[in-house]
Every structure is written in structure tokens, then in C-alpha cells.
Design a protein around this ligand. Structure first.
Ligand SMILES: [Zn+2]
Length: 74
């Protein structure tokens, strides 16, 4: 499940590589891996926050790191 999401995100991120900001399209397709809720993008912090579980996802080089909290500390 997580792998599939990551693959999709990478694909989309590649398309919008020239833009530093996260594209609207990317924001539309991605969702929280835990509860599938929408994510709120914070431009100043460069993070995505789930509107439901409030988990904060980091964005590295324009690619959101959408890992469930329990997998993040690898
Ligand atoms: Zn969530």
C-alpha cells in the first residue's frame, strides 16, 4: 500500500519537477496513508498535515514523504 502511494507520488513529482512548490495536482492525488484524509500543505513549513489525524508529513526535494508514523523512524 505504502509502496504504491510512493510510486504514484514520485511519478507526479517528476512531472512538476520544475516547480519548487508542491503542485495543486499533486495535492489533489495524495492523501494520508493512515486514514486517507486530505492533507493540508504548509508553504512556510514545507510540510503536509493530515486534516484528520494531524500527522505532519515532511517534503523532501518536492516529494512528500508519506509514511505512516510507525514507519517513519527507520
Ligand atoms: Zn491522517
Amino acid at each position: 500500500m505504502v509502496k504504491k502511494v510512493k510510486k504514484t507520488v514520485k511519478k507526479v513529482a517528476k512531472k512538476s519537477r520544475k516547480k519548487e512548490e508542491l503542485s495543486k495536482y499533486l495535492l489533489e492525488v495524495i492523501c494520508c496513508p493512515v486514514d486517507k484524509s486530505d492533507l493540508k500543505y504548509s508553504k512556510s513549513k514545507n510540510t503536509l498535515t493530515c486534516i484528520k489525524c494531524k500527522h505532519v508529513y515532511k517534503i523532501k526535494e518536492g516529494i512528500p514523504i508519506l509514511l505512516p508514523p510507525e514507519l517513519e523512524e527507520e
